[in-house]
Design a protein around this ligand. Structure first.
Ligand SMILES: C[S@@+](CC[C@H](N)C(=O)[O-])C[C@H]1O[C@@H](n2cnc3c(N)ncnc32)[C@H](O)[C@@H]1O
Length: 323
């Protein structure tokens, strides 16, 4: 049986062959940047019209996003696994739905089988199926838009949203997302949300997320919700945010939530020169680093450590951020 990381390498080599030469120079941040600014309908139309661009996206995901565990996306799932520790199987259990699953990152790294995953882009799902064919895993992947009603009636025990919610562009999409997450979960089921470094600005904002989820019938587990930091290499830093919650009631048709509950991009504007400098640093140091030890600063500690209104991003981004 091939390990999932090796399966990604094998799948990437196969996909690379079929990417038209003129898309091979498209970068990972470039394609993700386009997707982030466009509505989901326009993003899907862009990727489907430009035949081969979706394959380039899948190839970049498998190589730079995964990169044998060194990529940001892969590192996020390893960090999740590490901080949940022995409780992981209690929290991520039973019938699992992976929203915005990309190339099957969560299932691949956590060695989950028979999960259901969906994503907007069919090329990512094809790549997920290809990697599964090397590992012998039988996950079910389907194309769907998380900003419309999800095409599932079944009752899941766990909904995983790994690095996905920051793609929700407005309050309507946020409401659709969490109403659907509540609808497809059985009572008592788990919701596991990870968010990238730039999507939570202030320690106090974690409280807004916890309060906002309560409006959708979820009760956050404060012990497993907070800031996750890598602690093993002073030369570079990985960080993300984690919310673990349980469905305690139905959403009761909620259509409006407080404006504080959202996932805006708080990253400070980066100049072209800074981007170039970061790319150089990334290629020379941090890309060679695989983070292995992580710390969870839980939601109660977060405010004590950083203060409610401190801009966490500036506190942490003096180090070489890997994203
Ligand atoms: C940063 S990636 C995270 C992927 C994966 N969950 C992981 O942990 O690496 C965000 C994913 O959300 C997907 N996505 C973005 N907008 C979407 C939408 N409207 N519906 C479904 N998936 C979407 C993207 O295609 C991408 O695969």
């Amino acid at each position: 049986m091939t390990s999932w990381y090796n399966a990604c390498d094998k799948a990437a080599a196969i996909i690379r062959e079929s990417i038209p030469v003129h898309y091979r120079s498209r970068t990972f941040p470039g394609i993700i940047g386009d997707i982030k600014v466009l509505s989901s309908k326009k993003a899907l139309s862009l990727i489907s019209r430009k035949k081969g661009l979706g394959k380039q996206y899948a190839w970049l995901y498998l190589t730079q996003g995964i990169d044998q565990g060194r990529g940001y996306q892969a590192c996020a799932v390893e960090a999740l696994d590490s901080v949940l520790g022995t409780h992981r199987e209690e929290i991520i259990h039973g019938r699992i739905l992976d929203t915005g699953c990309a190339v099957g990152v969560t299932a691949g790294i956590l060695s989950l089988d028979h999960i259901v995953g969906f994503d907007l882009f069919p090329d990512l799902l094809k790549a997920a199926r290809l990697t599964d064919s090397f590992t012998g895993t039988e996950n079910l992947y389907t194309a769907a838009d998380m900003t419309h009603d999800w095409p599932f009636d079944c009752v899941f025990d766990t909904v995983v949203c790994g690095m996905v919610c920051h793609h929700l562009k407005n309050q309507k999409d946020v409401v659709t997302f969490f109403r659907n997450a509540n609808r497809v979960l059985r009572p008592g089921g788990s919701l596991v949300v990870t968010l990238p470094a730039g999507s939570v600005a202030f320690a106090g904002q974690m409280e807004n997320i916890i309060d906002g989820l309560a409006e959708f019938g979820f009760q956050a587990n404060r012990k497993y919700s907070g800031l996750v930091l890598s602690v093993d290499d002073p030369r570079s830093l990985f960080w993300m945010f984690l919310v673990v919650a349980r469905k305690v009631s139905d959403t009761a048709g909620r259509t409006f939530i407080s404006p504080e509950f959202g996932f805006p991009d708080y990253r400070t504007p980066v100049t072209r020169e800074q981007k170039g400098e970061k790319a150089r640093l990334t290629s020379t140091t941090s890309r060679k680093i695989k983070h292995e030890r992580f710390e969870l600063v839980d939601s109660d500690m977060l405010c004590k450590r950083y203060g409610e209104k401190t801009f966490i991003f500036s506190e942490l981004s003096t180090k070489n951020i890997e994203e």
